[in-house]
Design a protein around this ligand. Structure first.
Ligand code: SF4
Length: 84
């Protein structure tokens, strides 16, 4: 039966798996640097790992550039072009 709260479980997991801390550092870096963060949330752990040489604390990837940033820019451009 599960007795511990979520914060306890996450804290224990971070001790056992240091990449989780590295991942959150990447999310913080995304929040601090990317204008698309509110739309994206800065996740995409697998893309970070494979596009940043096995690290989770990077920010921009080819994936998020095309799937998030370009999409957001395209939608924004479209809305602006149809604004009255
Ligand atoms: S679009 Fe890319 S750089 Fe921006 S918040 Fe998302 S993952 Fe980070």
């Amino acid at each position: 039966m599960l007795k511990d709260g979520l914060y306890v479980l996450v804290a224990e997991a971070e001790e056992r798996t240091p990449w989780i801390t590295e991942f959150w550092q990447g999310v913080d870096a995304c929040r601090d640097t990317c204008p698309a963060f509110a739309f994206c949330g800065g996740a995409h752990a697998a893309n970070r790992y494979f596009e940043h040489a096995g690290r989770f604390d990077g920010t921009r990837t080819r994936y998020c550039t095309t799937a998030k940033i370009a999409l957001l820019e395209g939608v924004t451009r479209h809305v602006r072009s149809h604004a009255h």
